[in-house]
Design a protein around this ligand. Structure first.
Ligand SMILES: Nc1ncnc2c1ncn2[C@@H]1O[C@H](COP(=O)(O)OP(=O)(O)O)[C@@H](O)[C@H]1O
Ligand SMILES: [Mg+2]
Length: 258
């Protein structure tokens, strides 16, 4: 039978000195769902993303991608080449070039847009055709996330929220199969949050798998199919948004740290 999980995180543990940042975490992420990971600061959420994307090697456990690809022990670029795109809590954009160029750079990593350096230097017909197709796509991506009006502004001129949406557009143009978003709504104003929610809903419709880390329960319950709660490196609970909101242990974990 086909494995319906896009990601099977099995008993993953991470030690930092004497600290168990993750302690036997098991999560199955089903294909086509938006899974949200919530939990207080220091719960191990970003550490889990680091394990999935190869930035950290778990001290125990395994992470299986798409039913058959073992991710543990692989390097970040190998994992990225499987179609796994990850956004960072701190943004990694080129501030001095335009929004659309930033998206273009993301897209130029796609195999079908491979042109040689000589093509680029001499601006050959091959290069120009590809560049113009990719530029159209990049503008489409900016429309998708709701910031097409800023396409010619330098990334550094955009607001923090707009830059986060820009980073999302840059991720989407790589055509990922799995999108990992670390606190995408943090620092966004209400309008930008609405744009982000709309974008994530459209992303889900395109059958791209989304895992997102989030603090804001209201934001999460609007888009999540399934919620996993981490606390002190352990899975405290998982379930449907409405059930998680009522879960006593979850409420206590949140109230206890705030
Ligand atoms: N590279 C590291 N070295 C040592 N401790 C770390 C490192 N990264 C994270 N930690 C610790 O691991 C725990 C989990 O951190 P993190 O995954 O960033 O939490 P979250 O993203 O849920 O806020 C915290 O106690 C944090 O201080
Ligand atoms: Mg974090």
């Amino acid at each position: 039978m086909e494995n319906s999980a896009i990601l099977s995180i099995d008993n993953v543990g991470v030690m930092f000195g004497g600290l168990k940042a993750l302690d036997g975490v098991t999560i199955d992420i089903k294909k086509g769902e938006v899974l949200c990971i919530i939990g207080p600061n220091g719960a191990g959420k970003t550490t889990l993303f680091n394990c999935i994307t190869g930035f950290l090697k778990p001290s125990s456990g395994s992470i299986l991608y798409d039913g058959s690809v073992e991710l543990t022990g692989r390097r970040p670029y190998e994992i990225a080449s499987q179609g796994i795109y990850r956004s960072f809590q701190n943004l990694a954009l080129f501030a001095n070039i335009s929004a659309v160029e930033n998206v273009l750079i993301g897209g130029s990593k796609r195999a079908e847009f491979s042109y040689g350096i000589t093509d680029a230097i001499f601006r050959t017909k091959k290069f120009l055709t590809m560049e113009s197709a990719l530029r159209q796509e990049a503008i489409g991506m900016l429309e998708f996330v709701g910031i097409a009006g800023k396409k010619d502004n330098k990334a550094g001129e955009l607001s923090y929220g707009e830059r986060k949406l820009l980073e999302l557009a840059r991720g989407l143009i790589t055509k990922p199969k799995l999108l990992l978003l670390d606190e995408p709504a943090a620092g966004l104003n209400p309008t930008e949050k609405t744009e982000l929610v709309l974008a994530i809903k459209k992303i889900r419709e395109q059958k791209i798998n989304v895992v997102l880390i989030e603090h804001d329960m209201r934001f999460v319950s609007d888009i999540a199919n399934w919620i996993v709660v981490l606390d002190y490196g352990k899975k405290l609970a998982e379930g449907l948004p409405d059930d998680i909101k009522k879960n006593k242990a979850v409420i206590e974990a949140y109230l206890g740290t705030r």
